[in-house]
Design a protein around this ligand. Sequence first.
Ligand code: GUN
Length: 291
Amino acid sequence: MEVIDGNRIAAALIAELKAEVAAITGRKPCIALVRVGDDPASVSYVKKKGQTAAEIGIESRILLPPAAIGQAALERLVESLNGDAGVDGILVQSPLPGGLDERAVFGRIAPEKDVDGFHPVNLGKVVQGDESGFSPCTPAGIMELLARSAVNLEGKHVVVLGRSLIVGRPAALLALQNRAGANATVTVCHSRTLDLPSLARQADVLIAAIGRPGFVTADLVKPGAVVIDVGINRVADPARKSGHRLVGDVDFPSVSPIASMITPVPGGVGPMTVAMLMRNTVKAFRLRRGG
Ligand code: GUN
């Protein structure tokens, strides 16, 4: 069994982007990071995104409107970033505080600055297999992780657990693309799926993105399968100073002995999401500048 080292693979990608950005003359790429309110997980994700941008040489602007900002004002904030020529990419950290319509906010972001890939135009391009837009970062990061781990999806059965807009659905679409490295046969399971375990057990590549700690136990996994754990769940751990630790959707102790490859949590998919966001930001910069 091989543990796929997402930190190492993300670091390689970040180093490539750093070299690419260093070669850019004049203004560097810039990403606006919008965090509404102070959800603790969002605080740490946005901080990480800002740090990674700085490491690469991408400028970041962090905007921290209060949870009470209101829908109209948040959409106006997005519009002002759309109109700001110095901003190449816009990210609004999900989840938004209650009462705000996330889909409407994502839909306000100019598609050419939508480095998260959640705008209907970019999601539509993913459906069409048109690579001129932006793919959502976590699913794109999974594809990159697999490619750089020499896992070829061609003809394989990929089973995705979860149908969220951010991960499950786009992950299924990317695995299904008619192109080298994809071409998988895809099954998507969700909360209403009948007999999820028997479907999961058919997976050559199992992608767990349901947000339930330790949900995938060994009895859901075919021996030799590749297991990608997208879950980031905080569970109480009184032994830690923080009072919690992060666990995935996969029960690593029972699954790792039978998988051929598996991603850990933390240090698997998570770092790839951030790296792909930076790649999208550089892509947005180039597209906006004209090549
Ligand atoms: N929350 C969890 N994942 C993501 C992501 O990829 N982008 C944004 N904006 N929010 C998230």
